[in-house]
Design a protein around this ligand. Structure first.
Ligand code: SF4
Length: 472
């Protein structure tokens, strides 16, 4: 048994990062068994689930989307906010009930929550029916943990700086768009964030391995790749090989894959050379997610974000100037400990200046083990909720405005699938990452189609297909 240790997880050394190969030679002993996989949280977790799915399929499992049909439940969890924690434990209640009816049901918990000491203590003490707990550093050990299934709860979570895995196989969610990990972990230690503890230190994959993965995806018909990292702008700094994110981005664009995206960028090390590369290549999409978090210099300092309001706005303007029609989205936290009304008005002021295409907004959620969780807070929950409402009203108005500006324009949309609610429609994304619903058949799926925007809503657009400038 290995239990998580947040103090260990925080340590950073100069120790060489090991490049590991993944083992896939496992017996198919779970043929005729079904697994149910539930993913919480960010794109990194979604991509990790694609890795988990591959291991389970190699072991012989087939997937079910019906919990009650499953022989194995895997919850891939998120630790970023308290409500994600509550959702997982709420769902565990359903699994516990099912296990009473199906005593051979296996339950495994992985992801960021497993890296938290308090969570694993809670699982040990209150949820003994959970069979396996694994962490973010040993997803590749899941087959072994399943094959060695012990009578007692098996907890294997490592609090280490982390390795870099190469040759990972994925059972991907899509045959059109793909996530490509370019780096793991984070060294920024924003004071509210648990990620540097749950995901280890910043460590980059080699440029040639990433390019080989993109080339392979392109050959297999993928239209779009999204380069993935907690802070992609830091890519390469740990490798000391003389290349960085702008070099990687350029090389990926030169593979000729039709669309290149990346998430997430920290404003602190977003260089003007990176902006130039994005502007230079038509297949790098004009869309940037640039987390603001707060518009108040005092709060930004307390958050450890390493930029000021002025610096953020200056970066924002320089991106807007250099990249035509770029859309910029953001993340904003309200109600950070001791945020005053003046601090909050500074945030609203940045929203007024930047008029973001959209924003993910949150009430601050303290995470055990982070420095911010120790700050005494004098902002009431009522004040936090009221600020969130005011912020959302403003953000949504600017989203609608940005969408309305597209009405009447013809934009390229990569069609991804059928609209779940209306089977006569398909949906896709513009180059600027706006969701568009279009009347049309499944034959459009996988194509980049010129679409005339007919109607704008706050969170999506409606469009119609055009042929040589004429709607059909
Ligand atoms: S940059 Fe900050 S917010 Fe983002 S993952 Fe790292 S510590 Fe967390």
């Amino acid at each position: 048994m290995n239990l998580p240790d947040l103090k260990e997880a925080k340590k950073r050394t100069d120790k060489e990062v090991l490049e590991k190969k993944v083992e896939y030679n496992f017996p198919k002993i779970f043929l005729n068994k079904k697994y149910f996989l539930r993913t919480y949280g960010c794109q990194m977790n979604v991509h990790d689930s694609e890795e988990i799915r591959k291991y389970l399929e190699i072991l012989g499992f087939t997937e079910t989307v019906v919990l009650e049909e499953s022989d194995l439940v895997v919850l891939n969890t998120c630790a970023i906010r308290e409500n994600a924690h509550d959702k997982v434990f709420g769902y565990l209640g359903r699994c516990k009930h099912l296990k009473r009816e199906k005593p051979n049901l296996l339950i495994a918990i992985g992801g960021c929550m497993s890296q938290e000491e308090s969570v694993v203590e809670e699982i040990k003490n209150k949820h003994p029916y959970v069979d396996i707990v694994f962490g973010t550093h040993n997803i590749s050990e899941l087959p072994k943990l399943l094959l060695e299934k012990k009578e007692k709860q098996n907890i294997e979570v490592y609090s280490i700086e982390g390795d870099v895995y190469e040759g990972i196989k994925y059972s991907r969610d899509s045959k059109i768009t793909a996530w490509v990990n370019i780096m793991y972990g984070c060294d920024k230690f924003c004071t509210y964030c648990i990620v540097p503890y749950t995901r280890g230190k910043e460590r980059s994959r080699k440029l040639e391995s990433i390019i080989a993965e993109v080339e392979e995806l392109k050959q297999n018909g993928y239209k779009e790749v999204t380069l993935l990292g907690q802070n992609v702008n830091a890519y390469g700094s740990d490798l000391h090989k003389g290349y960085d994110f702008k070099d990687l981005l350029e090389k990926v664009a030169l593979t000729g894959i039709e669309r290149v995206r990346f998430v997430t960028s920290h404003p602190w090390n977003f260089t003007s050379e990176m902006i130039d590369v994005i502007a230079k290549y038509d297949n790098i999409m004009p869309y940037i997610h640039l987390p603001l978090q707060s518009g108040s210099d005092g709060i930004l300092k307390l958050m450890g974000r390493r930029y000021t309001k002025k610096e953020y706005i200056s970066l924002f303007r320089s991106i807007k100037e250099k990249i035509p029609n770029v859309s910029i989205t953001t993340d904003i936290i309200v109600g950070f400990p001791n945020e005053t009304e003046e601090d909050f008005l500074e945030t609203l002021n940045v929203v007024d200046i930047c008029k973001f295409d959209s924003a993910f907004t949150f009430i601050y959620s303290p995470r055990v083990g982070t420095p911010a969780s120790l700050i005494k807070d004098n902002v009431t929950m009522e004040e936090k909720e009221e600020r969130l409402q005011r912020l959302n009203k403003l953000v949504n108005a600017y989203s609608l405005e940005a969408n309305q500006r597209l009405v009447g324009n013809v934009v390229p949309v990569l069609i991804l699938g059928e609209n779940e609610k209306d089977k006569t429609c398909v949906y896709g994304y513009t180059d600027t990452m706006k969701l568009v619903n279009i009347e049309g058949g499944k034959d459009l799926i996988g194509n980049i189609v010129p679409i005339k925007i007919k109607e704008a809503k706050s969170f999506s657009l409606d469009g119609e297909i055009v042929k040589e400038g004429v709607p059909i």
